[in-house]
Design a protein around this ligand. Structure first.
Ligand code: B12
Ligand code: SF4
Length: 498
């Protein structure tokens, strides 16, 4: 048997294709230990099932990385196909879903091992044990099966990001991702955890709340090298809250300017921390290439923000951050969660008014909306029985948990349809800039622009009957690239993609 490990990354239902950072992270220690690694990403591999089956023939094991939701579908399909070929071939799951629900995931008959939390050291140790045939009991932070029994080893302490090895970016086929997405970009991570604890968020459950980060010099050196080596035009820094340490952010910006960096980058940060940035800070960040700050506004209702445990955020700071970012040329992007438990028609209306008002006042600010999706491990899940959320009892039961179409006990039937229609109107009323290249022709662009005016009127009057603009928009969208099949199967025509 070759000293080879195969990784599979299931489709994540988005055209914003790039290399999966979790797999690039866990591959490094394997490569350093002399193993060879094969990465098959469903998004860029049309015959991915055959490729996986071919590659595992002479490998030690298969590793899959996934989050809760539709990625589970392809994971199940691949795992079942492998087990049909050889029921003893080890299948290892890592990433967010198995970390948050290790027991239920391992109960699936086609899963052999789950890795909980950071996988760099754990996977290397698992692979070494599989290779030598020795028992896995001493590998911390995993679950495995023995004689049909599930065995969980003690938790593995979290490592700080400075102590983690660099990611194996060379495994990524950036040409293929560029062909798919129309843009050459990558993800980069420079800090772990978030000091806050929003009740819908799963972060604290996997990474705790001890924010820790790479030093500014390392950020500058690595990102400049990475973007030059792979000719990347954009880096999405996927830190949960990039701006916790403002001095570090300033030093990074200064370092990138001095290094003559030519790439664009975007970050995620809370609104309160973004509002702390002065105009000078933002100008410096913009000069260094920062072009977008993604922030979780989440609701236009004070009551809902409180229920979400987002007391640290106020509307004044959201306005301030939008205004100041736009003044220097940085795009403020905000997320919204509709239908959070406790949200009724009045609070939903407040949120729509808030979004519309922000977009009118600050042209260039953008909003991305979701439907509340109860994720395992999020603090709000403790209330699941009281609020009537049916928690799936099997691994594959989580496949339909997806913010684009989640149905909830308090958001079903007509209410669900109405919200989806309203979200569609928000999409066409105001512009948003996705990472994937804009493939619309002039005709589509102008037609969509023309439809933004009636859409705004509808949002003002809360009137969504006979949605002709959406019907036309769907026809227009069919002329441009389709999304991956995994997602398309689930979407109802009227609410399909943005
Ligand atoms: C980048 C990102 C995306 C990108 C992914 C692009 C890509 N090509 O990978 C995009 C935009 C597509 C995306 C989409 C979504 N995302 Co997202 N995303 C992230 C984000 C910001 C970073 C992930 C990352 O790469 N981190 C860096 C790597 C190094 O860390 P890691 O993933 O934790 O990996 C470590 C371990 O998990 C483990 N590991 C990971 N994989 C594997 C595999 C094996 C075999 C092993 C052993 C170990 C292992 O080892 C790694 C190294 O220590 C996280 C937030 C976060 N803090 O991580 C959210 C996050 C993962 N996303 C989340 C969500 C909810 C979504 C969406 C549903 C959002 C939406 N509104 O549509 C969709 C779902 C898409 C789908 N698949 O169904 C949630 C997941 C919650 C959950 N229960 O699963 C997170 C945690 C955000 C949050 N706080 O709620 N996302
Ligand atoms: S601020 Fe963002 S990352 Fe931090 S807990 Fe809230 S949702 Fe999660």
């Amino acid at each position: 048997m070759a000293r080879k490990v195969v990784f599979f990354f299931p489709s994540f239902a988005s055209s914003e294709a790039t290399a999966p950072l979790g797999i690039l992270a866990v591959a490094t220690p394997l490569l350093n230990a002399g193993y060879s690694v094969e990465l098959i990403d469903s998004t860029i591999t049309s015959n991915f099932q055959k490729r996986v089956l071919d590659e595992v023939k002479d490998a030690i094991c298969l590793g899959v990385s996934l989050v809760t939701g539709p990625m589970i579908r392809e994971t199940v399909a691949i795992a079942r196909a492998i087990k049909e070929w050889n029921r003893n071939f080890p299948i290892i799951l890592g990433g967010w879903h198995p970390s948050l629900l290790p027991k239920q995931t391992l109960e699936a008959e086609y899963i052999d091992i789950v890795v909980r939390g950071q996988g760099e050291d754990a996977l290397l140790e698992v692979v070494q044990h599989l290779e030598s045939g020795s028992p896995l009991d001493l590998v911390a932070g995993i679950g495995f099966k023995r004689d049909g029994k599930l065995i969980f080893t003690p938790e593995r302490p979290l490592k700080r990001i400075v102590d983690l090895p660099p990611k194996a970016y060379h495994l990524a086929d950036f040409d293929a991702y560029e062909r798919k997405c129309g843009r050459r970009w990558a993800m980069y991570i420079s800090s772990l955890a978030c000091p806050f604890n929003c009740s819908y968020c799963t972060n604290a459950g996997v990474y705790g709340r001890q924010w820790n980060a790479l030093p500014a010099e390392q950020f500058v050196a690595e990102t400049v090298e990475l973007t030059e080596r792979y000719r990347l035009e954009l880096l999405w820094v996927v830190d949960d809250n990039f701006l916790v340490d403002l001095d570090r952010a300033r030093l990074i910006a200064d370092g990138l300017v001095r290094a003559g960096a030519r790439f664009k980058w975007s970050i995620q940060a809370t609104t309160n921390l973004t509002a702390r940035l002065s105009r000078e800070d933002l100008e410096l960040l913009h000069r260094s290439g920062l072009h977008q700050i993604c922030q979780g506004a989440e609701s236009g209702s004070k009551k809902i923000l409180k229920l979400m445990n987002k007391d640290f955020q106020d509307f004044e700071s959201i306005h301030e951050s939008a205004e100041r970012c736009l003044q220097v040329g940085i795009r403020p992007s905000f997320n919204i969660i509709f239908a959070y438990p406790g949200e009724g028609p009045a609070e939903r209306r407040e949120t729509v008014r808030f979004v519309v008002d922000m977009c009118r006042r600050y042209p260039g600010a953008e909003f991305w909306t979701n439907i509340f999706t109860p994720y395992p491990g999020a603090p709000v899940m403790k209330q699941a029985p009281q609020i009537g959320i049916q928690v799936p009892e099997t691994f594959d039961g989580w496949a339909d948990f997806f913010p684009r179409y989640t149905k909830l006990p308090w958001l079903n039937g007509r209410e669900h349809k109405r919200l989806q229609t309203m979200r569609d109107y928000l999409r066409i009323a105001f512009d948003r800039v996705p990472i994937a290249a804009d493939t619309r022709d002039r005709f589509t662009r102008l037609s969509q622009k023309a439809m933004s005016f009636p859409a705004r009127v509808r949002l003002d009057y809360d009137f969504y009957a006979l949605p002709v603009e959406l019907w036309i928009n769907n026809k227009l969208k069919r002329r441009i690239a389709a999304k991956p099949a995994v997602d398309a199967k689930q979407l109802e025509p009227a609410s399909a993609t943005c």
